[in-house]
Design a protein around this ligand. Sequence first.
Ligand SMILES: Cc1cc2nc3c(=O)[nH]c(=O)nc-3n(C[C@H](O)[C@H](O)[C@H](O)COP(=O)(O)O)c2cc1C
Length: 197
Amino acid sequence: MNIDNPSRRMLMTAMAALPMGEAVAAADNEAGGATGKGRPRTLVAFLSRSGNTRVLAGVIHRAELSDLYEIRAARAYPDDYFDTVEQARQQRDTGYLPALRDGPPNMAQYDKVYLGFPVWGETLPPPVRSFLSRIDLRGKTVVPFITHGGYGAGKSAAELAKRAIGAMLKPPLVMEADQERRTTTEVLQWLGKPVPR
Ligand SMILES: Cc1cc2nc3c(=O)[nH]c(=O)nc-3n(C[C@H](O)[C@H](O)[C@H](O)COP(=O)(O)O)c2cc1C
């Protein structure tokens, strides 16, 4: 990708800066050039539903020379939080691997992958499992960054270790982040509507 293209550079920077912006697929940041020399060897790959993990991904992407890839299911999850929890639970329990909207980037170009996701049902979200099933991480350094709603990383780090075959897995950053559940619950209560359990 051409770093001398200011509009592209600005677009990519703006995309990475948007906490709740439209998804960013395989976007490059300031690297490359006509010869392709200096292309980032680092990928920041992340899944985010309500924006928390996207903020972390943006910070890492801006701090490290890297490409950015958003893991998105081809079929969007429901808008409703509780419906999403239920769908994710079913997918987890059946081992369903949802199709991804954007094919994974060519991993051969990366040595290091920051992999970010929220904990879903105490483990990896199904689209992250899909992503991991489609890429080869052998010989790569993988640095997880994990957000959760108060119950910790659960089994997600162990699940990741099982699926990142041959990768050099670094200790994860694990962060509690504002929770869509709390927001949804408070607003439903304020409206006097029933709150799903
Ligand atoms: C489907 C679903 C399942 C979740 N399951 C858990 C969980 O098991 N434990 C937990 O602490 N938080 C859970 N959460 C909360 C998220 O992990 C937390 O809010 C996270 O920061 C959301 O990240 P995001 O804004 O990038 O989507 C769940 C959220 C969703 C949408």
